[in-house]
Design a protein around this ligand. Structure first.
Ligand code: NAD
Ligand code: UDP
Length: 354
């Protein structure tokens, strides 16, 4: 029988792309999401791409009763989950500085509540969305998984603390497995152009900002700093195609079924790309113009960050395959065919229902 997975936060950017890859690899995912940063239309699009119906529970990972409803339902149908992929959480660094308690409550509290529910129902495998931000200021590059953990903001600490909780939970000798995936900078979209990143407000990240300038929603891109010690003075990051990242989750789930204890893997390409290089690659690949202006450095930013990718390759058998051009072309296909993201479609669906 197909392995059954609970996917928290499955309606979000990385979650939707992962659902597609899971279904295409024979898994049966069930989603728990409170739609605080997404909408049901994204799941409908995944169903359209895969031709599979997805069971969705609207609920909060911090609520033990919401979690019990999902696990009870799975148990009642005779198929408790084989594993959980835990995406749900808050992810804006700046917001985490202004509202640290909300971030700890959702990201750490939500992880605790989820693990308790898993214990109650005997689910012993979890794959967790961590982040390269756990490393903080690099003492060496590329970051390898043994690099010291020293986040520089509350969001990064919620990930580091959750990892620590997962490590202790997985190391009790009861056959548990926790696989933490430290994402670098996921960008791009599914090649169908039907799912992609849909920021609710002004994007915090570079790539959605570039695509929104190109589509005419914003007048120009602010480039934060051109005096870093990098190839052209602008910040360098390790951009990874979201479909490659999604495939990494399939490998991580499979790894968890055959391993016990705690492990952490970087998911990146190992290659650094500057802000201006990404902007240039986007313009070349899409023939869309992106005006930019140089601004002061963004507080807390580091000059460069990129991954060591050996461990994920050796242990998971995963390596990113897609190029920066693929990321730009696919991201632009999504943005240009859905200039307002899912919103317009969600509203028209609501209107049809009234
Ligand atoms: P996203 O906001 O698109 O998806 C998160 C999903 O979780 C959303 O659908 C949201 O509605 C849901 N959610 C939030 N709080 C919830 C709660 N309390 N209960 C139930 N559902 C809740 O974000 P994403 O980019 O897909 O990121 C997924 C995960 O990966 C997050 O944990 C994020 O911190 C982590 N991550 C993301 C990036 C990135 O650049 N996107 C980088 C590193 C790590
Ligand atoms: N950046 C920028 N303008 C923007 C957003 C980001 O110049 O509007 C830069 C930022 O300073 C960094 C890089 O782009 O050097 C990637 O930023 P992002 O927020 O996407 O990722 P993170 O810094 O969290 O890795």
């Amino acid at each position: 029988m197909n392995k059954r997975l609970l996917v928290t936060g499955g309606a979000g950017y990385i979650g939707t792309h992962t659902l597609v890859e899971l279904i295409e690899n024979g898994f049966s995912p069930v989603v728990l999401d409170n739609f605080s940063n997404s909408c049901p239309e994204s799941i409908r699009r995944v169903e359209e791409i895969t031709g599979s119906k997805i069971e969705v529970f609207e609920g909060d990972i911090c609520s033990s009763s919401d979690l019990a409803a999902v696990f009870d339902h799975a148990k009642a149908t005779g198929e408790i989950f084989d594993a959980v992929i835990h995406f749900a959480g808050l992810k804006a660094v700046g917001e985490s500085v202004a509202q640290p308690l909300r971030y700890y409550e959702t990201n750490v509290g939500g992880t605790l509540a989820l693990l308790k529910a898993m214990d109650t129902y005997g689910v012993r495998n979890i794959v967790f969305s961590s982040s390269a931000t756990v490393y903080g200021v690099p003492i060496r590059l590329p970051y390898d998984e043994g690099h010291p953990i020293s986040p520089t903001n509350p969001y990064g600490w919620t990930k580091a603390i959750s990892e620590r909780v997962l490590e202790d939970w997985a190391n009790t000798g009861e056959g548990r497995s926790a696989v933490c995936l430290r994402y670098f900078n996921p960008i791009g979209a599914h090649p169908s152009g039907r799912i992609g990143e849909d920021p609710r407000d002004t994007p915090n990240n570079l790539f959605p900002f570039i695509t929104q300038v190109a589509v005419g929603k914003r007048p120009f891109l602010s480039v934060f700093g051109n005096d870093y010690d990098t190839v052209d003075g602008t910040g360098v990051r390790d951009y990874v195609h979201v479909v490659d990242l999604a495939c990494g989750h399939v490998k991580a789930v499979e790894f968890g079924f055959t391993s016990e204890g705690f492990s952490a893997f970087n998911l990146g390409t190992g290659k650094g790309t500057s802000v201006l290089e990404l902007k240039h690659a986007f313009e070349q690949a899409t023939q869309a113009a992106v005006r930019h202006e140089f601004k002061a450095r963004r507080p807390g930013d580091i000059a460069a960050a990129f991954a060591s990718v050996q461990l994920a390759e050796q242990s998971l058998g995963w390596r990113a395959k897609k190029s920066i051009d693929d990321m730009c072309i696919d991201g632009w296909r999504w943005q240009s065919s859905n200039p307002d993201g899912y919103t317009a479609f969600a509203e028209s669906a609501d209107q049809r229902n009234t």
